[in-house]
Unconditional design. Structure first.
Length: 308
């Protein structure tokens, strides 16, 4: 990847800003001012989901941000997600028509004419998974979305689409950070032209989901390692003269992943965008490669790629 690159091409003629603004765990009330502040700070990719319960606020923030700096809707890349349902959670998987209805509900809540990238949030649709994907393809064919993809899909879930002879997703949004590097899944995605988008890049920080009401499956041992004053990430950050968060985000960018940092602080928002003035050297990248601990921890139930 070109070190100056700030976009990733996900389809012909469609570029995804490599640093986006994530809104998971941002409340409906906080989401509008947060998204507006993010756009003013320089973010051009805003990520949300119906499961985050903040779509209306995100949409209001997008409109306010566009107005505040005088840009056009086309200058903001918006990602939204379909919740596919899960029979194991007493939540019936959505069929073809239900997916189309769910999309219209999301589009209306966001107040947008179209969505740039629409994802299936998890591989929990069971027997409806392929019908859900066919509905996603229909939305793209109709011009209601510019690109479609998946989130939290393992290789087996993508192979299911391939076996059915259907077009593959443009992206797969998955938990990626030095503790969960997905060393088999990421090369598979790359080989199939599916771009990885990383979420929860800051898991190794002691401040990541440390507040009440921010659940995860991060273990006590992981929390202790995050708080350790001799953390290798803190040591590396000092070496490059950056924050530990910037170091972790830069790792994702350098691996070629689009990333989705989240903050309610305008200063932190700007800091999380400032990732192109340094390069993690090869020795440190090799050290980080050896820190993989396996499954993701962002979901309280464990790594969602194991679902379905």
């Amino acid at each position: 990847m070109n070190e100056a690159q700030t976009f990733i091409r996900i389809e012909d003629g469609l570029d995804l800003p490599i640093v986006g603004f994530g809104t998971c765990l941002i409340s409906q009330n906080d989401s509008a001012p947060a998204v507006t502040a993010a756009i003013v700070a320089g973010y051009r990719h805003i990520d949300t989901a119906v499961a985050y319960e903040n779509e209306a606020g995100v949409g209001a923030g997008i409109r306010a941000g566009i107005s505040a700096i005088g840009i056009a809707r086309r200058d903001i890349f918006v990602t939204a997600k379909l919740w596919p349902g899960n029979a194991d959670w007493d939540d019936a998987p959505k069929g073809y028509e239900a997916v189309l209805e769910a999309f219209e509900t999301t589009r209306s809540a966001l107040g947008l004419d179209y969505i740039d990238l629409y994802l299936v949030h998890a591989p929990t649709g069971g027997a409806e998974r392929l019908n859900q994907w066919r509905a996603m393809l229909h939305l793209k064919d109709e011009g209601k979305v510019r690109a479609i993809g998946v989130s939290n899909f393992a290789q087996s879930h993508i192979e299911e689409i391939k076996t059915a002879g259907l077009p593959l997703p443009a992206v797969n949004q998955i938990e990626l950070h030095p503790w969960s590097q997905k060393p088999a899944l990421v090369p598979y995605l790359n080989q199939n032209g599916i771009k990885p988008i990383a979420y929860s890049s800051l898991v190794p920080l002691s401040t990541w989901r440390a507040k009440e009401g921010e659940p995860s499956s991060k273990t006590e041992a992981m929390k202790a390692a995050s708080s350790n004053g001799s953390s290798p990430f803190k040591t590396m950050a000092l070496k490059y003269g950056v924050s530990e968060a910037q170091l972790l985000l830069r790792w994702g960018v350098q691996k070629g992943f689009a990333i989705l940092p989240k903050s309610l602080s305008p200063n932190r928002m700007r800091e999380n965008l400032d990732l192109f003035g340094f390069v993690i050297d090869q020795n440190d990248m090799a050290l980080i490669e050896g820190m993989d601990r396996g499954d993701g921890v962002a979901w309280p139930i464990g790594d969602p790629t194991k679902l379905g």
